[in-house]
Design a protein around this ligand. Structure first.
Ligand code: M6R
Length: 613
């Protein structure tokens, strides 16, 4: 939610900021802007200049080319916005200036109204409708010449989430940064110092970085980054290393990141599963997750948002099936407002690609307060959820840039399967032989997904026939229902076609009234135990005129009249077939959106990482 970057060094800051914002654009693309120190004309003192505009970073780049002229600068901050408070306008775009303070903000200041009233009593009025400008005004109001103490006094007044990069006009070529909730990572390199909301903006400079801790204040100059803790003491942050490089964060010849990421799934799965396969058995010792985590657990709560929550639905199915422990899956944004019941025998599993989703993080914090054990399944190393969980199992998908999650989903599901296998094994619910067979199947899934990647032409041609639909339904039972929820989300978020997923048996309790001639129904029927029932449900919609796309395994005999398109998956153990069907549904969403001429990677109104509640 909003991409932010600050650069101070030896090269043109405008270029560095625009380049960084292009990599961060997936976090929000309503508007973009930069501020930088520069000198104009005969004036020998540094001034802060701001250029901002509604639209994407490409619009900002054009505006900078016109407005920046010959400006020389080596220090600045940049922002790409996902609008929360205040509509999409030039004025509401970041950076915001108040007196000597210019800042960019990722997050939401919840008490901004109250702060605004206090400022207005002092005769100070904002020009924008944003909570972020109020934050700039508060910091400026606290400023008496010492940036760090102004920031410290100001943040004591702010409620909510924030990652700020701040310029003080009295301190040229220096960037200050502080955060609460929203992420900030930073690095000092031979080209200077850089700070951003996401590692993707740093990776072209370095693979070594640190995560700014909440409440700490960083001061960046071209020569160094100094961090002060809450008490103003110097603090030496822990340096982390990333294993992926700049190529992984580029499109690599594909039109869209989404397609690249769909095609990266076999490798992402292997990278995620292989380190947890020891002597053929599931094993988390390399992750530092000891079996004691699973001992005395009498219930599991999985909480997450969106796609990650759908991965949780798959996990629930597998854990309950193999371990016979009750599992509930909770939408993180609902969870903590339900006064959830948890104790030390509860294992709370959070799932998150970014590791920064505000609702998921809040759920995790609540669970810890209530004494539950916590385990997270996270893709981004060192992210807030990973750091705050008792234990973490990283997915090794590499950076996921497209807003629509694809490879992160399948690797999340694979880790949920691994958890089910390990938990069942140590409880004696499955034998070593069974566990080993499951592990082999899970590993083989990577190769089978490679086979499904060759279905692109078939799915493209099906997708082309769905572009005129106004509603599309997804049906499944059991694991296939869990998958249908994800297939439906994928389709609607990037194609803008309304879609719903239904447990196939539930359709006739109301929704079947929406099935009329040519309404597309995507039926996923990979599970033998419910196959006959699924086929009956498909017949019910077919006889009401639905256009049916049926996805099944190899050995399912299907009457040709039952569907318009039949997608037959490669042969596999049915428990693993949803991985393969997932790729079909990802392709389908992709090709429908492409055929409609939409921006697949940056669907309207969305952002990749939702760091506000
Ligand atoms: O970073 P997270 O996995 O916590 O994100 C959760 C959701 O916002 C995310 O899965 C979202 O639903 C996807 N962009 C959908 O494709």
């Amino acid at each position: 939610m909003c991409g932010i970057i600050g650069y101070v060094g030896i090269t043109d800051a405008k270029k560095a900021l625009i380049k960084g914002l292009q990599t961060l654009e997936y976090r929000g693309y309503d508007s973009a802007g930069i501020s930088y120190f520069t000198r104009e004309g005969e004036d020998t003192s540094d001034k802060i200049k701001t250029i901002k505009t509604v639209g994407k970073v490409s619009c900002l780049k054009d505006k900078v080319n016109q407005a920046a002229g010959e400006d020389i600068t080596t220090c600045g901050i940049g922002h790409t916005r996902w609008a929360t408070h205040g509509g999409v306008s030039d004025t509401n775009s970041h950076p915001h200036t108040a007196g000597k303070v210019t800042l960019i903000h990722n997050g939401i200041i919840e008490n901004y109204k109250q702060l605004q009233e206090e400022l207005e009593e002092k005769g100070l009025t904002p020009v924008s409708q944003t909570d972020s400008e109020i934050a700039a005004m508060v910091i400026n109001d606290c400023y008496t010449g010492d940036p760090e103490s102004a920031i410290r006094r100001a943040i004591a007044k702010l409620d909510g989430a924030y990652g700020f990069c701040i310029l003080f006009s009295d301190f040229p070529d220096t960037i200050y940064a502080v955060r609460n909730g929203s992420p900030l990572v930073a690095a000092h390199t031979d080209k200077g110092s850089i700070i951003a909301s996401d590692m993707v903006a740093l990776v072209s400079y370095t693979k070594h970085y640190f995560v700014l801790k909440e409440g700490h204040i960083a001061r960046l100059t071209k020569d160094e980054i100094l961090v002060q803790d809450e008490n103003g003491e110097l603090y030496g942050p822990t340096i982390h290393h990333i294993s992926w490089d700049v190529a992984a964060a580029k499109k690599g010849g594909y039109d869209y990141f989404m397609m690249k990421e769909i095609r990266e799934q076999p490798e992402a799965l292997r990278n995620t599963i292989k380190p947890r396969m020891v002597n053929g058995l599931p094993d988390f010792s390399e992750d530092g997750v000891s079996d004691t985590l699973f001992q005395d657990v009498n219930r599991i709560i999985i909480t997450a948002c969106g796609t990650a929550m759908h991965a949780g639905l798959m996990g629930k199915n597998m854990i309950e099936r193999l371990c016979r422990v009750p599992v509930t899956v909770e939408i993180a944004s609902e969870f903590r407002y339900q006064n959830p019941i948890m104790d030390e025998k509860t294992l709370l599993i959070t799932i998150s690609q970014s590791g920064e989703t505000a609702d998921t993080l809040a759920a995790l914090r609540l669970a810890k307060e209530r004494g539950a054990k916590t385990l997270s399944v996270v893709n981004v190393k060192g992210s807030s959820i990973a750091r705050e969980s008792d234990f973490v199992l990283y997915t090794h998908a590499g950076p996921e840039i497209a807003v629509a999650s694809t490879k992160a989903y399948t690797v999340q599901v694979s880790v949920m399967y691994l958890i089910a296998f390990r938990f069942a094994l140590i409880q004696g619910k499955i034998s070593e032989k069974e566990a080993s067979e499951y592990m082999t199947e899970l590993m083989n899934t990577a190769s089978r997904i490679s086979e499904v990647l060759d279905y692109d032409n078939q799915i493209e041609s099906i997708g082309k026939r769905l572009t005129k639909a106004s509603d599309i339904f997804f049906l499944g039972r059991g694991l296939d229902y869990a998958l249908s929820c994800e297939g439906s989300l994928k389709l609607k978020e990037i194609s803008y076609i309304h879609s719903e997923a239904y447990a196939a048996g539930e359709l006739k309790h109301g929704t079947i009234s929406l099935i009329t001639d040519n309404v597309p129904v995507i039926a996923v029927a990979t599970q033998p135990d419910v196959f006959a029932k699924m086929i009956s449900n498909v017949q019910e919609v077919r006889s009401r005129g639905a256009k049916v796309i049926l996805i099944t395994g190899q050995d399912s005999s299907v009457d040709a009249a039952l569907c318009d398109h039949h997608v037959v998956l490669p042969e596999t153990d049915p428990l693993f077939a949803p991985f393969l069907a997932a790729v079909v549904l990802q392709y389908l969403a992709y090709y429908v959106a492409v055929e409609k001429g939409l921006n697949v990677d940056q669907p309207r109104n969305l952002a990749k990482s939702v760091t506000v509640e």
